[in-house]
Design a protein around this ligand. Structure first.
Ligand SMILES: [Zn+2]
Length: 272
């Protein structure tokens, strides 16, 4: 009926959902700094991929922290890259499992796209993600509300979870990307891609821009993307209950969705 892998993933899924329940205290606090340079938020979508380490190396040269919105299906192929991103001080965000337009999916499919990616990341790096970005920037009030039920927000930095500067690094050449980077203003959220696409020009443009501007800004992870922890203690009144009981008690509807979501995952073969 259930494979061992399915059961294991379901167990992790439970812990992820529990750790993002309304009872979880907000473990994320922004770093205190006396650095008064303006902040810019570099973000990289669609990875991880073969070129992700090159982006990490460039960021390290400028002591820059960034946020990587990862695709679960890609992360599954190189899970060690998730650890690499986190261990070097960057944040992870959820960019769904297969990068489909969530507004065209049924709610359960959309939930599964997000939750499957949550599970993989939590299982791999031991921390939960707390933010997401919709593929193509396409979202709705219903999707935002649903994502919030599994601990994912995106409204703390910009309404609708989009971006201020889209470099279109996946589409146009070096000069175009550089012109977009030159238009950056303080507090901007900059959209790039993290090494999954054939984007050497994007990386080259980033390096050139940092050479000229890297000392002028602080590069921080997005507010709201500070990772949570799996091992958050439950409230005292529920501490005695086993995890499944606690979860069902607090989230009966989600428990039902998770059961159906697991069946859906098996059906479309995203996880085996
Ligand atoms: Zn994307």
């Amino acid at each position: 009926m259930f494979t061992h892998q399915t059961i294991r993933l379901l167990a992790v899924w439970l812990f992820v959902a529990m750790s993002t329940s309304p009872f979880q205290s907000n473990s994320g606090t922004e770093p205190v700094t006396d650095d008064d340079r303006p902040v810019v938020y570099l973000t990289f979508d669609n990875g991880p991929g073969p070129r992700t380490p090159e982006f990490l190396d460039v960021l390290d040269q400028w002591d820059a922290k960034a946020t990587f919105f990862v695709i679960g299906g890609n992360a599954r192929n190189s899970p060690e890259m998730l650890d690499e991103i986190v261990s070097r001080g960057h944040a992870l965000g959820n960019h769904t499992w297969t990068h489909r337009d969530l507004t065209e999916l049924r709610p359960l499919e959309a939930l599964t796209e997000l939750q499957a990616t949550n599970v993989l990341v939590a299982e791999t790096v031991g921390r939960t993600m707390r933010c997401w970005r919709p593929p193509f920037g396409e979202t709705s009030d219903d999707l935002i509300e649903m994502a919030a039920t599994i601990g994912l927000g995106n409204e703390s930095w910009i309404p609708s979870g989009r971006w201020d500067v889209d470099t279109l690094d996946w589409k146009f050449g070096y000069e175009f990307v550089l012109s977009r980077l030159e238009s950056i203003e303080p507090d901007d959220v900059v959209l790039m891609h993290g090494g999954m696409n054939p984007d050497p020009e994007g990386l080259a443009a980033l390096m050139t821009w940092l050479e000229a501007n890297g000392d002028d800004y602080r590069f921080e992870t997005l507010p709201g993307c500070t990772p949570g922890t799996i091992a958050s203690p439950p409230p005292d009144s529920l501490a005695a209950a086993d995890p499944a009981t606690r979860y069902i008690t607090t989230n009966p509807n989600l428990w039902f969705d998770i059961q159906r979501g697991s069946a859906y995952l098996s059906a479309f073969g995203a996880l085996r």
